[in-house]
Write a new protein. Sequence first.
Length: 160
Amino acid sequence: MDSPPPASLALDSLGIEHRVFVHGTPVHSMEEAASARSQRPGQVVRSILFQVRAGEFVMVLMAGPAQVDWKKLRDLVKRSRVRMATEDEVFEVTGYRVGTVSPFGVKNQVRVLVDPSVLKEEEISIGSGVRNTAIIMKSAELIRALKDAEIVQLSEGASA
């Protein structure tokens, strides 16, 4: 890779410690990604974009295989209808392609919601903005970098 991925540049500008991990071969699942990074699936953080209303989006950070509880998300954003953003919307809002999304260095600032599952692990990996490339960092640094993020219980099956 010639230049650092966009998320790494954004973290550098914030003085946040992290490292860039480049996969030698394409990964096709969270398990593959975790294994290649010498991590457990629970350390892989997904950045999922949802449309709350026309032109308004929220990004949910969820660790590992945990799924977003739609009712909790709808209650939190006070909307009866919420949907996942389309691939085009994801690119339009974040500047990143699906599968590379990161909360760092996004094109348009969006509200970021962090599920507590993200903080269970000391070290996590997250999208970098570049395919087959991840950012590895401490979960505490993620929270430090995302000063305005809200930590809210959004995973299925977890009590609020």
